[in-house]
Design a protein around this ligand. Structure first.
Ligand code: NAD
Length: 350
């Protein structure tokens, strides 16, 4: 049971330290090894995803990542930007399925910008395809054509790519509320007509799951109008990028949301949904709970340790109930704590 630990940039090392403490406290015998990714890797080796990191990630059963990026590296050539390291590791490990839960803990209902009655008890899972679509499609670029600059990208999906993400989503729905909403733009984009057709063809294999379809513009509206109508949503890379950020914001705190990216054998990369938060990096105030909840997802999806996953999630619920809050989720009447103290509270609750 090998875990490759990639703290990354900004608040990455601070939140990762707490997640590692939680893993150690569980005493499950994991072997952990750390490596460089992102801006720190660029500084040390000239590339955001060095060979040594790639070797370690490939040999591990799971990868736990903090976050990458920061203003220091924003002006580098595109190939050397920290975010390229993320695209590279996802592609290399074949992580085609991104699972992002958006859960609103009752104690944090006021943190949402929506009315508490609209979001209280929210529990949705967005399954996003991660290695295809317009983000990876060729040809792409900006060229001079007809005396002006011309930008172009290519959206494409094969039916096998759609089928494998569809299966992940149906399986996930089966373990939850048994409702799956597939999101596309079939009225305009042929690629997504194929998406809808393949999802519909898969449905008979999962008679216990109720499949519905929704156009992406409507899905974006419904997420803010009545988000609790959804259980699991499945969509392509670009729509999923946008909708999963929208869904995470319904909960009011990106500092609380974990994510998992899986390959076909449940090997996974686990990371908080937020970025490297350069504005608060080094201050010891970042919320480590999204990373700690990513550990819970890792225990569940890669290592099949449901009981340990529930223990970690239970500890997080307990510290919220006890009133501990980092700055991002602080409200008057609760106890404001820093990153390390939040980690201490989770360890105590464990
Ligand atoms: P961000 O998620 O880093 O920060 C957005 C806001 O949320 C900031 O105000 C930040 O302080 C706050 N925030 C985020 N995580 C928090 C936490 N755990 N606790 C408390 N507050 C938290 O997004 P951004 O500012 O758009 O991006 C900053 C950098 O992160 C950029 O370089 C971007 O490219 C990178 N990024 C990386 C990832 C990743 O590593 N997966 C994802 C998104 C952005």
């Amino acid at each position: 049971m090998k875990i490759c630990v990639l703290p990354g940039d900004g608040i990455g090392p601070e939140i990762m330290a707490e997640a590692v403490r939680v893993l150690e406290a569980l005493e499950l015998g994991f072997e952990m090894e750390e490596a460089l990714i992102g801006g720190g890797a660029v500084d040390a080796t000239g590339t955001p995803y060095p060979e040594a990191t790639s070797r370690l990630a490939k040999a591990a059963d799971a990868v736990l990542l903090g976050a990458v990026g920061g203003p220091k590296w924003d002006t580098l050539p595109r190939e050397q930007r920290p975010e390229r390291g993320l695209l590279a590791i996802r592609k290399e490990l074949g992580l085609f399925a991104n699972l992002r839960p958006a859960i609103l803990y009752p104690e944090l209902a006021n943190a949402s910008s929506l009315k508490p009655e609209v979001v209280a008890g929210l529990d949705i899972l967005i399954v996003r395809e991660l290695t295809g679509d317009i983000y990876f499609g060729q040809p792409r670029g900006v060229e001079e054509r007809g005396g002006e600059r011309y930008g172009f990208n290519t959206m494409h999906y094969t039916e096998s790519e759609i089928r494998r993400i569809g299966r992940v989503a149906f399986e996930a729905a089966r373990k939850r509320g048994k409702r799956l909403c597939s999101v596309d733009k079939m009225n305009v984009l042929e690629t997504t007509q194929l998406w809808r057709d393949v999802m519909t063809e898969l449905a008979p294999e999962y008679p216990d799951v109720e499949l519905s379809h929704m156009l992406v513009d409507n899905a974006a509206m419904q997420l803010v109008r009545a988000p609790k109508q959804f259980d699991v949503m499945v969509t392509g890379n670009m729509f999923g990028d946008i909708l999963s950020d929208e869904a995470s914001m319904l909960t009011g705190s990106i500092g609380m949301l974990p994510s998992a990216s899986l390959d076909e054998n449940n090997k996974g990369l686990y990371e908080p949904s937020h970025g490297s938060a350069p504005d608060i990096a080094g201050k010891g105030v970042a919320n480590p709970l999204a990373t700690i909840l990513s550990v819970a997802m890792m225990l569940r999806y890669t290592f099949g340790r449901e009981e340990a996953a529930l223990r970690v999630e239970g500890a997080v619920k307990k510290v919220l109930a006890q009133g501990y809050r980092t700055g991002d989720i602080f409200e008057p009447g609760t106890s404001r704590v820093g990153t390390r103290q939040m980690g201490d509270a989770v360890l105590a609750a464990l």
